[in-house]
Design a protein around this ligand. Structure first.
Ligand code: ACO
Length: 324
């Protein structure tokens, strides 16, 4: 305990793509997308709205709420799988954009779990140096990593970014516990290649393109069970009952996955924050966007217990509990 979130921020591209818009691109219907996923629309980047641009806007909003200057930030971690360059990192671009010249910066690749893993790292960095103030960001432009002819995947995702400023507090507020996992054995149920190798010896045979590939039904089953197990394990570990949690902020994969999770955990629906209908699945950005929305809507008060859970490619998954 003793490391808290001082401010949150988010940023979405201005262009909105509805299900009806997608009907014109692939063989799908608004009705199919709504009933299978609950998604009604998503925001998609246009000219110049790279991942780091959205990330920097979200970071600026979080810094403003926290009352922290960019120069006070000592570390920037960006959870992302869709930076527009592999090198430099998205985090280095964010540093440049916001003028955080005293920070070191790196990206963290854990797909949809990127923000939660990064938040955990920030907690541990500050535990070892309480002077540190850390920007934790989840940011994605997966619109640039989709096959827009594949109706199985292109209807699911959206672009956006969310951020949190984490710092020390002398109070008993802060991170109560985490329960994180990965399983690389299941990599081929959800994956995305990088650029094609120029080394013939390590070239992927029949390289399919740098798009998201997914076995939807398998992902669905694993996602629900994994998040359920991670949450139960965390509650057991911390000795805290789910009834004490004020708000659950899950990864916004899609509403059917979340409804299944809510049912399994026997959670009252009003305790679970859901905004996937507006933004689709924004991968690492989904939890911090939801957190910022809940925070700005007044859904969170000091000392409230907030539970996060995520699941994504890798597979990566986990849960964390925070006393706000
Ligand atoms: N529009 C219309 N029809 C479609 C579409 C579409 N966009 N996509 C698939 N279909 C068709 C299929 O071709 C199939 O047709 P067929 O029966 O003639 O072969 C039919 O709909 C049923 O397909 P299923 O894949 O069985 O549909 P399902 O009910 O499983 O729903 C979905 C698919 C929504 C992808 C579901 O499996 C799911 O939610 N999976 C989880 C995926 C996910 O959230 N991934 C995000 C990354 S991981 C994460 O964030 C947790």
């Amino acid at each position: 305990m003793g490391r808290i979130i001082l401010g949150t921020g988010s940023s979405l591209p201005s262009k909105v793509v509805t299900n009806e818009d997608l009907e014109k691109i692939v063989d799908t219907t608004d009705e199919w997308i709504r009933t299978r996923t609950g998604i009604q629309q998503r925001h998609i980047s246009t000219t110049g709205e790279y991942t780091h641009v959205l990330a920097a806007r979200a970071a600026a909003n979080a810094l403003e709420m926290a009352g922290v200057a960019a120069e006070e930030i000592s570390l920037i971690i960006v959870g992302t799988i869709s930076s527009h360059m592999l090198m430099p990192s998205c985090a280095c671009f964010v540093q440049k954009e916001i003028g955080a010249q005293n920070a070191f910066a790196f990206d963290l690749n854990a797909a949809c779990s990127g923000f939660l893993y990064a938040l955990d790292l920030a907690d541990k960095y500050i535990h070892s140096d309480k002077e540190k103030k850390i920007l934790v960001i989840g940011a994605e432009t997966l619109s640039g990593r989709l096959n827009w002819e594949d109706r199985n995947t292109c209807i699911l995702f959206g672009d956006g970014a969310g951020a949190a400023v984490v710092g020390h507090s002398d109070s008993d507020r802060g991170f109560v516990g985490v329960n994180h996992f990965s399983d690389g054995n299941l990599w081929n149920l959800l994956y995305m290649h990088t650029a094609e190798s120029t080394n013939p010896d390590i070239k992927v045979k029949d390289w399919p393109g740098a798009h998201i590939f997914m076995e939807g039904r398998e992902v669905f089953k694993h996602a629900v069970k994994a998040m359920d197990d991670a949450v139960r394990g965390l509650m057991q570990k911390t000795g805290i009952g789910l009834e004490s949690v004020k708000l659950v902020i899950p990864h916004q994969a899609n509403i059917r996955i979340l409804n299944n999770l809510v049912e399994r955990l026997e959670l009252p629906a009003e305790k679970v924050f859901i905004n996937a209908q507006k933004y689709g699945n924004t991968s690492a950005a989904s939890i911090p966007i939801a957190l910022d929305e809940a925070n700005r809507d007044g859904r969170i008060e000091e000392n409230d217990l907030i539970l996060f859970c995520s699941f994504g490619g890798g597979f990566t998954w986990g849960a964390s509990l925070l006393k706000w």
